[in-house]
Write a protein that binds this ligand. Structure first.
Ligand SMILES: Cc1ncc(COP(=O)(O)O)c(C=O)c1O
Length: 486
């Protein structure tokens, strides 16, 4: 055997490097959690960074430890309490450690034989979550790689169940174009799923939102009737729990009534906020989620697991097996039987990660109270930040937040320039200073700073400092912009 192959599989080297890496990450974790000053998102130029790594690859010599250090240094630091950007959680360390085990065992899970334990664990996790969401024991589902894949999986099932013919085998023979209804504020993966299914732009019927950016239930009937009048066959309605941009929840229960009235499939995109059903204090936000035909929840958003880990749940578990009905003789036998334990029958993926394991570990180590505490804490923090914005006349809150996504913008006194330009510049400046990481969003054409409180170690002090820094920055930019004009 080639000695390089032996080297690549050397158990001693693995042991040594593994211990070193865990030590390195533990120190990094301590630094982050203590709020040690560090650029949360280290400023970088994509081309320069690409050039850096190209040169690095060509440079002889390599020390794994140094490589890890550089990689950590150049990355976005989600474990730092001043990370307040996109909706990706700082994973609980032991969940991340479990992912090493998943990667190492690499049981591909397409079929039971390729991942017996992880298949059984995934089922346990799915059944646990389904029960918590208020589904009966008829429910079933699958774990998949991300909310986008999850929404597509659920909507493919909706199409197969509701279109009135066997679209999987016969192709799209509908006499009327198929469509779904969803609010204007849905995540783009919903519209992408419709387009992947060949429904095009017209296949996504947008329902207007109210001032809080929630689907306006009073517009449901007229939107539906207008779609029918245009010749569309609406087969599904999608609720946001919650929306990506402002984090507000659609009126799920009313939408479930509407779906029942018109015989539509009710899908809930709970990628971010579906998990609030686990937190007594915020459970009311998800009222009606238990009536969904399908539901997507990301464990890597509000449930402390590393990305990507998404649950797709079906109220009627049979739908889970009907979405991808295709035969693959070598893998799934004659295609007639669809046992629960061959996951390839239920997901887009063939080889797929053993993703239930890292969730199972969290449940066993800390109990579901961990999720409750995390969701309650970060949602409370969202309310706290919104409250703080109310102290200042030059800060405008976009909407009262439901949870941990808070959007606001600066309107410095006396500034008569373009607030969109100003706020976009503020965000750029904050990111450049790198003491905090925040993002921005556009709400009805107006740019707002968007803060998502994903880190459970962010505190009131951080929020106050953030607001001070933002207001100071906005004041300076406003002065500079006004001087330019005069
Ligand atoms: C409401 C919602 N749905 C779906 C997604 C997509 O999830 P993922 O990034 O896991 O593909 C997101 C991502 O932010 C989201 O906020």
């Amino acid at each position: 055997m080639n000695s390089l192959i032996h080297k690549a599989f050397d158990p001693e080297e693995f042991r040594r490097e593994g211990h070193k890496l865990v030590d390195q990450l533990s120190t990094y974790l301590e630094d982050c959690l203590s709020g040690k000053p560090m650029p949360v998102l280290p400023p970088s130029d994509p081309d320069a960074l690409a050039e850096f790594w190209k040169k690095d690859l060509e440079t002889p010599g390599f020390k794994l430890h140094d490589f890890y250090s550089t990689l950590i240094r150049q990355s976005n630091h989600l474990h730092h309490p001043r990370y307040m950007g996109h909706q990706v959680v700082p994973p609980a360390p032991l969940s991340a450690l479990t992912e090493l085990l998943e990667a190492f065992l690499n049981n591909g899970m397409a079929i039971y034989e390729m991942g017996p334990a992880s298949t059984a664990i995934e089922r346990t996790v799915i059944q646990w979550l389904a029960g918590k969401m208020g589904f009966s024991d008829k429910a079933d589902g699958v774990l998949t790689s991300g909310g986008s894949a999850g929404n597509l999986t659920a909507l493919l099932a909706a199409r197969q169940a509701m279109c009135g013919f066997n679209v999987w085998d016969e192709g799209n023979t509908a006499s009327e174009p198929l469509a779904l209804m969803v609010s204007e504020e849905a995540h783009y993966s919903v519209s992408r799923a419709a387009r992947i299914m060949g429904w095009g732009e017209k296949g996504v019927v947008k329902v207007p939102v109210n001032k809080r950016m929630q689907l306006d239930a009073s517009k449901l009937e007229e939107t539906y009737q207008a779609a029918i009048a245009k010749g569309l066959k609406v087969i599904a309605i999608v609720g946001n729990a919650c929306t990506t941009s402002t984090g507000t929840y659609d009126p799920l229960n009313t939408m479930a009534d509407f779906a029942a009235k018109h015989g539509l499939w009710f899908h809930v995109d709970g990628a971010h906020g579906g998990a609030a059903a686990l937190a007594g204090k915020y459970k009311h936000l998800t009222h009606g989620i238990e009536r969904a035909d399908s539901l997507v929840i990301d464990f890597h958003k509000m449930m402390l697991a590393p990305a990507l880990t998404t649950a797709v749940l079906f109220k009627n578990g049979q739908h889970a097996g009907e979405t991808f009905a295709q035969k693959a003789e070598y893998l799934l036998g004659d295609g007639q039987q669809k046992p629960w334990y061959d996951s390839a029958g239920r997901t887009l993926e063939c080889t797929k990660k053993m993703m239930g394991v890292k969730v199972y570990v969290l449940l066993k180590l800390y109990g579901e109270e961990l999720f409750r505490d995390y969701i309650t804490g970060t949602y409370d923090l969202g309310k706290e930040l919104a409250g703080l914005t109310g102290l200042y006349d030059d800060v405008e809150l976009a909407v009262e937040p439901d949870g941990n996504i808070v959007c606001f913008r600066c309107c410095p006194e006396g500034f008569n320039g373009d607030l969109n330009t100003l706020n976009a510049m503020v965000r750029q400046e904050i990111v450049k200073k790198a003491e905090f990481y925040i993002v921005q969003t556009s709400i009805k054409g107006r740019i707002f700073l968007r803060v998502t409180l994903m880190n459970p170690f962010t505190g009131n002090h951080d929020l106050r400092l953030l607001l001070n820094e933002i207001r100071d920055t906005a004041g300076n930019i406003a002065t500079a912009l006004m001087q330019k004009v005069h």
